[in-house]
Ligand binder design. Structure first.
Ligand SMILES: C[S@@+](CC[C@H](N)C(=O)[O-])C[C@H]1O[C@@H](n2cnc3c(N)ncnc32)[C@H](O)[C@@H]1O
Length: 200
């Protein structure tokens, strides 16, 4: 854990004591909890917090996807990546899926502000419930935790020749077919697997 994070954790209990002395009304805590849950519920349920792909990752993804590709963004967060991609590649058909209401609302708002492009749909749904065979590519920027399940679902449902693109997080014991290096300290590479067989 980096030092600043240890400090944040260390300050948590003193902060509670100070806030109790200030007589902060209980609804403030409830509101803070609801806001945290609305944006970050998947940190608890899926061990996937909300953080965003870099512009560099968006550029790399835009250069990689084939013409007219139907892309599933598995966990679209606040929709920034989906809108960056749509601006760079209007030919893509983007299905951006998010099941944390806060992120989904922000994504809808971004989509609306961008003029509600018909090539992008923002859906409030778990990507585990989606059939991945309906898409030519799946983009995931999640965490190490769900990657074995992501791989299993891609193998089981993915269409023949479809792509799985993971920002930085590897599939244990499965080498990607190719990779595009990224320059960030946390976002290191786009890892790309091509599906050898399919369900359709
Ligand atoms: C690290 S963020 C990436 C956001 C966006 N894809 C990007 O690259 O900028 C991962 C997102 O996946 C969402 N997520 C995690 N599990 C999910 C699930 N089962 N269904 C839908 N979204 C999920 C989280 O809520 C979070 O917003």
């Amino acid at each position: 854990m980096p030092g600043w994070l240890k400090l944040t954790h260390g300050l948590f209990t003193p902060a509670i004591v100070v806030l109790q002395q200030q007589g902060v009304p209980p609804w403030v805590y409830l509101a803070a909890f609801l806001l945290t849950f609305a944006l970050g519920r998947n940190a608890a349920t899926e061990r996937v917090p909300l953080y965003r792909s870099s512009v560099e990752a968006a550029d790399a993804l835009a250069s990689l996807l084939p013409q007219g590709c139907r892309l599933l963004e598995a966990g679209c967060g606040d929709g920034r990546l989906a809108m960056l991609l749509a601006a760079r590649r209007p030919d893509l058909v983007i299905c951006a899926m998010e099941n944390a209401w806060g992120g989904w609302l922000l994504a809808k708002w971004r989509w609306w502000r961008a003029g509600s492009p018909a090539s992008v749909s923002i859906r409030c749904r778990s990507f585990w419930k989606e059939h991945w065979g309906n898409h030519d590519a799946v983009y995931a920027f999640l965490s190490p935790e769900p990657m074995p399940r992501v791989w299993e679902k891609f193998q089981r449902e993915g269409a023949d020749g479809s792509l799985l693109v993971s920002n930085t997080f590897v599939v244990p014991d499965v080498q990607p077919d190719s990779r595009i290096p990224l320059g960030g300290p946390l976002q290191k590479a786009l890892l790309i697997w091509r599906h050898p067989h399919g369900t359709r």
